[in-house]
Unconditional design. Structure first.
Length: 229
């Protein structure tokens, strides 16, 4: 029994390390990298602040986390918790919020008609999910597909559309959208390194959410062991 308690104690310490150090570090990194762009000509770094629509999307995403059981506000913020624990949980929620906003910022076109089309797509999807029944695992799968689809559209399809030398997509779009003004579809051109940064950012964000789900399950199991003992 003592050996089992020692193992459970180590697991609980590791879970606390993940929750209070690793997860905030991962989400803070996403918040910093999500707005990072690399100029195509000079290869200089530029930081794009999150648009207002990404903050709205991040709020809807937090509500989905609460509904899906990925975040339990009653256990995170409670009068029964020590003050430092509540402060740490508030800091974790803040990093999750800004990481979500910057994750959307990373896969959204910077401006123009496509920016609002992508924003409407995200907004419509998250709003409809507010009235759907799902669990944390299903929510994580849908988010991975959602961000992955947006990444492919922006950094693979639209990159060919906006490339200086021109690709097959640019020629097809020129034929189909001959009556549309250039300004509505115009967007700044960034270096290919921007796509790699965004890929790492989205991957880190999804990994943090998955790790948060596993950490939540482990914490519940360890608390049950302590209660039984």
């Amino acid at each position: 029994m003592s050996e089992e308690l020692a193992i459970a104690s180590n697991k609980l310490r590791n879970a606390s390390l993940v929750k209070y150090l690793l997860l905030p570090f991962m989400f803070l990194s996403v918040a910093l990298l999500g707005g990072l762009r690399v100029s195509d000509g000079t290869h200089a770094f530029a930081f794009m602040p999150p648009p207002l629509i990404t903050l709205v999307l991040s709020v809807l995403l937090l509500l989905l986390f609460v509904r899906g059981g990925l975040i339990e506000l009653r256990s995170l913020l409670s009068v029964e918790n020590p003050p430092l624990t509540n402060i740490a949980h508030v800091w974790l929620l803040i990093t999750i919020f800004f990481a979500g906003a910057q994750a959307f910022n990373s896969v959204l076109p910077e401006h123009g008609l496509l920016h609002w089309l992508f924003s409407f797509f995200f907004l419509w999807t998250l709003w409809n999910n507010q009235f759907s029944s799902f669990d944390a695992r299903r929510l994580l799968r849908s988010l991975a597909v959602l961000f992955g689809t947006a990444f492919v559209f922006k950094y693979m399809l639209l990159a060919s559309l906006y490339s200086q030398d021109g690709g097959w997509l640019k020629r097809v779009a020129g034929a189909l959208l001959s009556g549309v003004t250039v300004g509505t579809l115009d967007a700044p051109v960034f270096a290919p390194a921007t796509g790699y940064i965004s890929f790492f950012t989205i991957g880190l964000y999804i990994a943090g959410l998955v790790l948060m789900g596993f950490d939540h399950q482990r914490a519940d199991q360890q608390m049950a062991i302590y209660d039984e003992s």
